[in-house]
Write a protein that binds this ligand. Sequence first.
Ligand SMILES: [Zn+2]
Length: 84
Amino acid sequence: MMKKDTHPLYPEATIECACGSVVHTYSTKGSFKVDICGACHPFYTGKVKVVNATGRVEKFNKKYAAAKEAAAKEAAAKETPENA
Ligand SMILES: [Zn+2]
């Protein structure tokens, strides 16, 4: 006999992507929506596609550019021969 109340609620759920793809699964979170999925991500499709549901792409690019710049500065600083 299985113990009762040991399992969380794990109902059937649908994960809906911005591209229209819907995945039927089970989730403790219930149904939710995503901006990108395996069906529309450029990595899987091999196509360059701008996915911009909520400006997240721009936010990421800005963040990434800033991080890249910081890394470049750091690398340049390291390459400077201070004790030459
Ligand atoms: Zn998708």
